[in-house]
Design a protein around this ligand. Sequence first.
Ligand code: PMP
Length: 390
Amino acid sequence: MKNRTLLMIPGPVEFEPTVMAAMGEPTTSHLAPAFIDAFSQALQDLHVVFDSPSGQPLVLAGSGTLAMDTAGANLVEPGDKALVVDTGYFSERFSLILERYGAQVTRVSTSPGSRPSLEQVKSALESDSFKLMTITHVDTSTAVIAEVKALAALGRQYGVLVVVDGVCSVAGEELHMDNWGVDLTLTASQKAIGVPPGLALLMIGPRAMEAFQKRSTPILNYYADWTNWLPIMQAYEERKTSYFGTPPVNLIFALNISLKQILVEGMPARVARHIAISQACKAGVQALGLSQVPLRPEYAAHTLTAPRYPIGVNGTEFLTMVLQAGVTLAGGLLPAIRNEYFRIGHMGAVTLSDVVVTLGAIESALAGCGYEFTPNAGVEAAQAIGKKST
Ligand code: PMP
């Protein structure tokens, strides 16, 4: 008997059984030929997922925050100026990390659910001389998607390094790192990459690498220092052994399996699937009369949905009832509106049926909270959209 709920939070998500099977295999030596093969293959496949033939992949044991910390530690020198395009909680976290390494941070912010306009970012870039700009591709706290392509083009125009937090986007949202002029993209394993939590993944483009090599001050973080890790990644990619810190062997085997599946699906098809499932989820939520945190449809990400509670529905009660109906959802995260909304993650191995089941649980909880709506409206709207796109 399955003793679990359907996990529909914005990470960790549900994982493919073959990925989970790799986690349960006997752990090999990190110098074993099978591991070297798997790591080498995974590093090569990451170039495809990030669409960055020119980048240097880096895979570390840690969460997405370590990936952000690593970017900050290696790119920032004390006194550098950084611009943060602020779309929520995780953009703010990047500011704090950059400041920790001595950056002077300017944030371009807006109200919750909105995103800074290109004009606002442009005038900020004009106002000072920045070394780097960070963009949160999908801010998981607001479900707002940033215009990475246009922002990166602006970044290039003003000669700043463009750093993208893709924790909630890579392998789910469209991204062409080299083509769009992004200099570093980072992510974590537990979302659209489809592997249990524990891997920090980075793709370092040539300009970011050059900035790292030209540093004149020491890197103030021993574990995160790229000097230690780059030779290891290069060795594994060339199917040679090397050691700095013990790699998370089973997670990397699991990563290799998931990346293989992602490549079989193909990135364009995978992005299209995420869009179709997102549209079905959002149509279902809308049919129930719930609004969403992103203030305009074009601001809304495809990897998660952030519906607002209807008036009179208590979030804690609602989420407990959703859980009783067999689905785990996440509450709000952005402090200013935390109790006003909830979040549904739909990325990685997610299917239309998962979204339909989730909407059924949401309907059951809304009814339990005394909210009036047309029964089945959410489920039917999602199914109707789903049928159109398949
Ligand atoms: N950035 C974004 C956009 C995220 O969604 C998250 C995690 N939800 C992080 C950074 C931090 O990642 P982690 O929790 O794996 O440290």
